[in-house]
Design a protein around this ligand. Structure first.
Ligand code: 4FD
Length: 277
């Protein structure tokens, strides 16, 4: 898969792509990364790429001529590519979007802007606007690199045998479960017994409970209606015994965590009262 960045700062892309997994993936020919600089498509002595906005206001706007000339060149090089402009106002990146890009069989052209943004007319040459989240950065390069990194992990061979992108958190729809490695005892903090039991059914069940619990507290919006019902609602009358035990155990853990949290909040409140009083 080929990734082409239309950017005024190609060094930033080359630097980020020159390490670790992305570097290895390029060396193996699994991905190809290149840049086109709109500044190379200017014709004045100052090589001007931006100008003041019509209607007034702060900041500068990227001029359409060099941007569109660079995008045209990019499309010439990758005729089968999707052209994605990184903007805070685009549709937000999610794992489902990442997987769609990885599977679509098209190369990707990222249009990266700076200053206050693009002249609106460049969007005639763009397929979609994409945002990595609700915040504004100084440029679109870091967001575009985020997208490329997330997509590259899904391409065959990029992660190597030991890891699988499909098994990750988010591809399962839940937050990750806690992980541990040696030593068993680190400064008095020990690895949960179940992970050392060698009982893989038990380990998988524990991990799923932990992932559900983390999601319940931190990202309840990710839980399905069915999962919410099984945690907070009444359990169905007909249910396999092992499954009922699974959900009852999880409810117990969640209730304990809530109690702990309430106790901590009460302690913090009385401490604050002590400070103020
Ligand atoms: N949240 C994102 C993308 C770009 C960016 C820019 C208009 C600003 C954040 C167009 C305004 C581009 C994002 C550059 N900041 N900054 O994905």
């Amino acid at each position: 898969m080929k990734f082409l960045f239309v950017t005024l700062f190609p060094e930033q892309i080359e630097q980020a792509a020159g390490h670790s997994i992305l570097q290895r993936a390029q060396a193996r020919g699994l991905i190809d990364i290149s840049c086109i600089n709109p500044r190379d498509f200017t014709h004045d002595v100052h090589r001007t790429v931006d100008d003041t906005p019509f209607g007034g206001g702060a900041g500068m706007v990227l001029k359409p001529e060099p941007m569109v000339a660079a995008i045209r060149k990019a499309k010439e090089q990758l005729p089968n590519a999707r052209v994605i402009a990184m903007c805070p106002g685009g549709r937000t990146l999610k794992q489902s979007v990442v997987e769609e890009y990885a599977a679509c069989g098209q190369d990707l052209i990222f249009v990266c802007g700076h200053y206050e943004g693009f002249d609106e007319r460049i969007f005639h040459w763009v397929d979609e606007k994409l945002s990595i989240g609700d915040y504004v950065l100084t440029g679109g390069e870091l967001p575009a690199l985020v997208v490329m990194d997330a997509v590259a992990r899904f391409l065959p061979g990029v992660l190597g045998k030991l890891a699988s992108a499909e098994e990750d958190s988010f591809s399962t729809g839940l937050l990750e479960y806690p992980q541990y490695t040696r030593p068993v005892d680190f400064e008095g903090l020990t690895v949960p017994e179940v992970l050392r039991s060698g009982n893989h059914a038990l380990i998988n069940s524990w991990r799923l409970q932990e992932a559900l619990q983390a999601t319940y507290f931190i990202r309840p919006d990710l839980l399905t209606a069915e999962q919410k019902q099984l945690i907070d609602g009444r359990l169905p009358l007909k249910m396999k015994k092992s499954e009922r035990r699974f959900w009852e155990e999880l409810r117990g853990k969640i209730a304990a965590a809530k109690e702990l949290r309430a106790a901590r909040n009460a302690a913090a409140a009385s401490a604050e009262e002590g400070e103020n009083g």
